[in-house]
Design a protein around this ligand. Structure first.
Ligand code: SF4
Length: 346
């Protein structure tokens, strides 16, 4: 449920109209990296300007795949929220909460699970794909098959209008819409059908050119030392045609150049493009121009993070306040759900 579209480009609201509701979550599976910052968090920060945002720690979702070793979830959750706050997610404007603290999600998950046909879940493309990719664990579980239903509960609970996602997550939003439609058809209209907000976030490849990911061991982490970041990015894959210094290349075939497009000035981009296509610049020098910008950006992020971490108990306070707001909304939704279905809440 991460990724998304910047607030820019959204159709304007009429005066007095409530801002659209956005819901998105992130799994606390470890340290955050540059892909999270550029691909998701910067987009979430932009969305706050025009939307009523709800961003949640998707800790139950981690258990769907890591049920054998859930030990680090609590620690990673706090570390992750610290990075959200350092990136500019504003707890005054946005509801920041923890999924497992709002037990109503489990109740809605259960009720939606009753009406969701199993074939809808089996045709989910990521179900088969992830079972193959995560071959080190047994994912033939009820929980893993049903995780899109839990996602639907997370989204529908807050009556989201928009869910920021990457293209690979669109089938999940479509499934969520189908579940909402089926619920409304059976019991009367309770839920709006949320729309996917397709990501305009930059592509952030890892050091080897594949998607940046902890499991590919190709990530640059937000808390790494500058020397380590420079060393890693200096090794980042480039256009394979540039075997020798004198071989020309093309920036559009260069994974590292994706970071140039995020960080460099138009003048630097123009200089790099000419230099690359004429072999006028070496890859190390070229990457150095981008790396200088990355280091400044991450130093600022680390500084803001350090300042927030120095406030004892701050992240817990933020989560407690967000949980309270989320719980009130969840209770209101579940009162409607129970009344519509005619089960529970007596
Ligand atoms: S010169 Fe720059 S853009 Fe061209 S392949 Fe090397 S790193 Fe990439």
């Amino acid at each position: 449920m991460s990724g998304g579209q910047g607030a820019a480009g959204q159709p304007g609201r009429r005066a007095g109209e409530a801002p659209p509701i956005v819901v998105s979550g992130m799994r606390p599976t470890g340290k955050l990296h540059l892909g999270h910052l550029l691909g998701t968090l910067r987009n979430w920060v932009a969305l706050q300007a025009e939307h009523r945002c709800h961003f949640f720690v998707a800790d139950w979702h981690v258990v769907t795949t890591d049920y054998e070793h859930p030990g680090e979830i609590a620690r990673y959750s706090e570390e992750m929220v610290l990075d959200w706050l350092a990136a500019g997610i504003d707890p005054e404007r946005t509801v920041i909460f923890q999924q497992s603290a709002i037990l109503e999600h489990a109740e809605l998950f259960l009720l939606l699970g009753m009406l969701c046909p199993v074939p809808w879940l089996e045709r989910n493309p990521t179900y088969k794909e992830q079972r193959e990719q995560l071959s080190d664990r047994d994912l033939s579980t009820f929980g893993f098959l049903g995780y899109p239903v839990l996602q639907a509960a997370d989204i529908l609970m807050y009556k989201a209008n928009h869910v920021p996602v990457g293209v690979d997550q669109v089938p999940h939003i479509e499934l969520c819409r189908e579940i909402a439609r089926r619920f409304n058809h059976l019991y009367g209209k309770v839920f709006p059908e949320p729309q996917a907000l397709l990501s305009a976030a930059p592509k952030v490849p890892g050091l080897d050119g594949r998607k940046m990911s902890k499991s590919y061991n190709n990530a640059v982490y937000l808390d790494e030392e500058p020397a380590e970041i420079r060393a890693k990015l200096s090794r980042m894959m480039t256009d394979p045609r540039r075997v020798r210094r004198t071989d020309p290349g093309d920036p559009k075939d260069c994974p590292a150049f994706n970071l140039h497009t995020v960080y460099c000035t138009p003048e630097e981009i123009a200089r790099v493009t000419v230099g690359c296509t004429t072999a006028g610049i070496g890859c190390l020098e070229c990457k150095g121009i981008m790396i200088d910008h990355v280091l400044v950006d991450l130093a600022e992020h680390r500084e803001r993070r350090r300042a927030l971490a120095a406030r004892p108990g701050y992240v817990r306070e933020v989560l407690a306040a967000g949980n309270q707001k989320a719980r009130e909304q969840a209770r209101a939704t579940m009162a409607q759900v129970r009344a519509a279905v005619g089960v529970g809440g007596s």
